[in-house]
Design a protein around this ligand. Structure first.
Ligand code: AKB
Length: 318
């Protein structure tokens, strides 16, 4: 059996997907790719490779050396990082994807690539945003994702590359939150578990679509496992689980940590980005085409995050 490569293995999706793939295939069939952020917690006999996805030759060498057949291409800059460094974002988010797709075409690789709710801008309906709503994002990260989706379709229709994709909402998982917009929710739970107040960068009524990372990695595996004829959308599938505001998350946290305090210190950029994104997503086509179902809502996810972050904090030295 050919091996599986994950790019962005040190990121939030990467860490979690690696764990799932080790459980499914064992460490010998999975190669954890990383670039600047070193990998932690790899199994003793786990394989890893340093790959800058914008370097075609290096990527190509890794694919040949490890006999790769499938790539989960996760390396990317999130929304706020992309806004702060648009040139780097284009190189990594679009250039990296183009390299991966060209390699997939030449080496017959299967590819998973995550898009995002960031593909939608203010011209899309805010509530229950449908699959085929207009894609007019106002910020760099969203523009990268729209361009990425066009590339997927081009390589799929034009060259028969089997590339599959979902539009992730904000993903909730223990672990250091990245420089995104929805990541405030993870920061809030960390603050609460540490017994600290949290100053939300988004206003009390800002609703955003979110998902438990356990659902998100399962979606990646399921869309990749689905029979080819079930994948009828070759850009990216809308995906949905829950939506909430900072106030609603704080109320859920207080069921476990009653004296948690939420204040507000609005970050103008994050607020503008959040205001341009949907409140909720219609993912009926993913449900219909390949049987997508989410398992976790706000209550289960908050409880899980509090428990796991509590364990993480109490295991820290000092
Ligand atoms: C971000 O906020 O940048 C990401 C996303 C929704 O794609 N979490």
């Amino acid at each position: 059996m050919k091996r599986i490569l994950i790019t962005g293995g040190a990121g939030a999706i990467g860490r979690n997907l690696l764990r799932d793939l080790y459980a499914l295939h064992g460490p010998k069939l999975v190669v954890a790719g990383y670039n600047r952020t070193p990998l932690t917690g790899l199994p003793k006999d786990g394989l890893s490779a340093q790959v800058d996805v914008s370097d075609y030759e290096k990527l190509s060498a890794v694919i040949k050396r490890y006999d790769i057949g499938t790539i989960y291409h996760l390396a990317a800059l999130l929304s706020i990082a992309a806004e702060e460094n648009p040139e780097l974002a284009r190189r990594v988010n679009m250039g990296g994807l183009e390299n991966i797709l060209n390699l997939a075409k030449d080496h017959d690789l299967r590819v998973f690539w995550p898009s995002s709710i960031a593909v939608f801008g203010s011209t899309a309906p805010k509530d229950g945003t449908p699959q085929h709503a207009p894609l007019d994002p106002e910020f760099e990260y969203g523009r990268n994702k729209v361009e990425g989706e066009r590339l997927l379709k081009q390589f799929s229709d034009g060259f028969g590359v089997d590339v599959r994709s979902v539009r992730y909402p904000g993903l909730l998982t223990p672990g250091k939150p990245g420089p995104g917009t929805t990541e405030y929710a993870i920061e809030m739970v960390y603050a609460a578990v540490r017994g600290e107040p949290y100053a939300s960068p988004l206003g009390p009524d800002t609703v955003l679509p979110m998902m438990d990372m356990r659902d998100a990695t399962r979606a990646a595996l399921e869309v990749m496992e689905a029979p080819k004829n079930r994948i009828q959308i070759r850009t990216s599938y809308n995906l949905s689980a829950m939506s909430f505001t900072p106030e609603q998350l704080a109320a859920e946290i207080r069921r476990h940590i009653p004296d948690f305090k939420l204040t507000y210190k609005i970050n103008a950029l994050k607020q503008k980005v959040a205001d341009s994104w949907p409140n909720s997503i219609d993912d009926s086509l993913a449900r219909e085409h390949w049987g997508w179902r989410h398992s976790y809502g706000l209550q289960e996810t908050t409880e899980y995050m509090i428990r796991e972050i509590g364990k993480e904090i109490s295991s820290l030295p000092g």
